[in-house]
Design a protein around this ligand. Structure first.
Ligand SMILES: NC(=O)c1ccc[n+]([C@@H]2O[C@H](COP(=O)([O-])OP(=O)(O)OC[C@H]3O[C@@H](n4cnc5c(N)ncnc54)[C@H](O)[C@@H]3O)[C@@H](O)[C@H]2O)c1
Length: 437
C-alpha cells in the first residue's frame, strides 16, 4: 500500500521503517526539515535499536522517502497515518495544536483529490477527539463529508521506546476503531503477517483502550513500588512476594475483578485493606495509591445512591443484597450500605436474595442478620415477584438468573438500576440503567 506518515518522531519513524520493510511504499512528512533530510539520507532522527538499518534499506530500495510537503504525500498515497505529538498543557488537558494543523494540511489536499482517502490516527488522543476535533477539522478544510468522501480510523500504537521495532513486529494486540468497517479492513491489511490479536471496534473504544493500557501500566508500577516500600519497612523481600503474586494467573494477572460494576465488599477486602494501610501508617510509610482504594470504593457507593434517588421516587425493591452473588454473607456488603442510606432518606424498601433467604431459614447467617442488621431482616420478602410488585425502582445488586421471571413482570413506568452493570439481564419492559457505562 501507499502510505503517508505525518510526524517523524518516535512513533512515526519506527512505523515508517517497519511498514517499508513489510513492503509498503512510505512517505514520511514532518515540519522539521532536519528530520526529513536525515531520513532521506537513510539515517534515523531518533535513537532506537534496528531503526537506522531499516530506514537505510528502505531509502536504498526506494520504499521510504520523506518530505515537508503534505500535498506531495497525500496525493501519492491512499492512507495517511497521524503520528504527531499530543503533549500535555499545564492543566493536563491535551494540546491538540499539532493534530488540528495536520488535519488542516491533509484536508486542504483532499479538497482537490478525487480518490477516497483514509486518515488513521495513531497519536494518543482522549475519547471523543476524533468525533469532535479530527473529523470536523478534516471536513472544514476538505469541504468533503466524513464517511462518504473520506474515512477516519483510530489505530493506537502500543510500542515502547527502546524496544520499539521488536514491539512493532510482536505487539500485544492491534486495535482498529472505525465507524465504517471497510475503512477498518483497509487499515487491517497493513498488519498482514503480524501475529497479534486483531480487534475491530468503535472509534471511541479504540481511543479509550489506549488510555486504559497506559494507566494500568502506571498503576502496576505504583502497586509494585508501594508493596516494595511496605515490605522494606517490615523486612520482607518484596521481589519474592511479587514473584509469587505474579504466578497467580487465575485471580491476580487475569481478567478477574476487571469488569466495571459495583463496589467491593465482604468479609475480606475491606478488612484487609484497613489492616495493610494501618501497617503502613504505623511504620510511617507513604502508600498513597493503596490508601485511596477505600475512598474510591466509597465514592462508587455514593454514585449508586445519587443514581437511585435521582428521580425522587421512593418505593424500591432490591434483588440480591449479599456482597456478591452465590453467597449469603452480608458482612460489609456495599448493597446493605446503600439500603441503609435509602432507609435514612425515607425510602420504602423490599429486599429479596435467594441465598440470604435460605440462610435465614437454615440459620447459617441468622445470628449475623438478626444481631447486626435486624432492620434489614424486617424488609426481606419471600420472592422476587413479591419484592418488585408495585415498586418504582428495582435495584439489581448481584447477578442471578432467578430474578428473570420477576423482571419480566415489570412495566414501562418502572425503572431497573443494575448495580452489577452486567448488561440487560433479562427481558423487561422497564427502563433499564447500568451504574457504569
Ligand atoms: N513515544 C512513544 O513511545 C509512544 C508510544 C505510543 C503512542 N505514542 C503517542 O504517539 C504520538 C506521537 O508521539 P512521539 O513520541 O512520536 O512524538 P514526537 O514529539 O517524538 O514526534 C512528533 C513529530 O510530529 C512532528 N509534527 C508536528 N506537527 C506536524 C505537522 N503539522 N506535520 C508533520 N509533522 C508534524 C514534529 O516535528 C515531531 O517530529 C503521541 O500522541 C504519543 O502520545 C507515543
Amino acid at each position: 500500500m501507499n502510505i503517508s506518515i505525518f510526524g517523524l518522531g518516535y512513533v512515526g519513524t519506527v512505523v515508517a521503517g517497519c511498514f517499508a520493510k513489510a513492503g509498503h511504499r512510505v512517505i514520511g512528512v514532518d515540519t522539521e526539515r532536519a528530520k526529513v533530510d536525515l531520513i532521506n539520507s537513510g539515517r534515523s532522527p531518533i535513537i532506537e535499536a534496528e531503526i537506522e538499518e531499516l530506514l537505510a534499506a528502505g531509502v536504498a530500495t526506494g520504499t521510504v522517502r520523506a518530505t515537508t510537503d503534505a500535498r506531495d504525500a497525500v496525493e501519492a498515497t491512499e492512507l495517511s497515518l497521524l503520528c504527531v505529538g499530543t503533549p500535555s498543557q499545564p492543566s493536563g488537558e491535551l494540546d491538540l495544536t499539532y493534530i488540528r494543523r495536520v488535519c488542516e494540511d491533509i484536508g486542504a489536499v483532499l479538497r482537490g483529490k478525487a480518490a477516497r482517502h483514509v486518515v488513521v490516527v495513531r497519536s494518543t488522543v482522549l475519547p471523543g477527539t476524533i468525533r469532535d476535533v479530527v473529523i470536523p477539522a478534516l471536513e472544514r478544510s476538505s469541504e468533503k463529508n466524513f464517511d462518504v468522501e473520506f474515512g477516519v480510523v483510530m489505530n493506537p500504537e502500543f510500542l515502547r521506546e527502546s524496544t520499539a521495532v521488536a514491539d512493532f513486529y510482536a505487539p500485544p494486540k492491534t486495535v482498529i476503531g472505525s465507524r465504517n468497517r471497510a475503512d477498518g479492513e483497509l487499515v487491517a491489511r497493513l498488519y498482514e503477517g503480524i501475529s497479534a490479536p486483531l480487534i475491530h471496534t468503535a472509534l471511541e473504544v479504540a481511543e479509550t483502550v489506549k488510555y486504559c493500557d497506559n494507566i494500568f501500566h502506571a498503576l502496576k508500577i505504583t502497586f509494585g513500588n508501594e508493596v516494595g516500600a511496605l515490605c522494606k519497612s517490615i523486612g520482607v523481600d518484596s521481589h519474592e512476594v511479587m514473584r509469587i503474586f505474579c504466578q497467580d494467573t487465575k485471580l491476580n494477572l487475569s481478567p478477574a475483578y476487571l469488569k466495571p460494576g459495583f463496589a467491593y465488599g465482604g468479609s475480606c477486602l475491606p478488612k484487609d485493606l484497613r489492616a495493610l494501610t494501618w501497617l503502613a501508617r504505623s511504620r510511617d510509610i507513604e502508600i498513597p495509591m493503596l490508601s485511596h482504594i477505600t475512598p474510591s470504593n466509597d465514592a462508587q457507593i455514593r454514585s449508586a445512591l445519587r443514581l437511585i434517588t435521582s428521580d425522587g421516587k421512593r418505593k424500591i425493591a432490591v434483588l440480591g443484597f449479599a456482597f456478591k452473588g452465590g453467597t449469603d454473607d452480608l458482612r460489609e456488603s456495599p448493597i446493605v450500605t446503600v439500603v441503609e442510606a435509602l432507609l435514612g432518606k425515607g425510602c420504602e424498601l423490599r429486599l429479596f436474595d435467594p441465598y440470604v433467604n435460605t440462610a435465614r431459614l437454615v440459620g447459617a447467617n441468622r445470628r449475623y442478620i438478626e444481631g447486626h442488621i435486624p432492620h434489614i431482616a424486617k424488609l426481606m420478602v419471600a420472592s422476587a415477584e413479591e419484592a418488585v410488585a408495585g415498586v418504582d425502582t428495582v435495584l439489581i445488586g448481584n447477578i442471578n438468573t432467578a430474578y428473570a421471571p420477576a423482571l419480566a413482570t415489570l412495566t414501562a413506568e418502572q425503572r431497573v438500576i443494575d448495580l452489577t452493570s452486567s448488561g440487560k439481564a433479562s427481558a423487561t419492559a422497564a427502563r433499564y440503567e447500568r451504574l457504569v457505562g
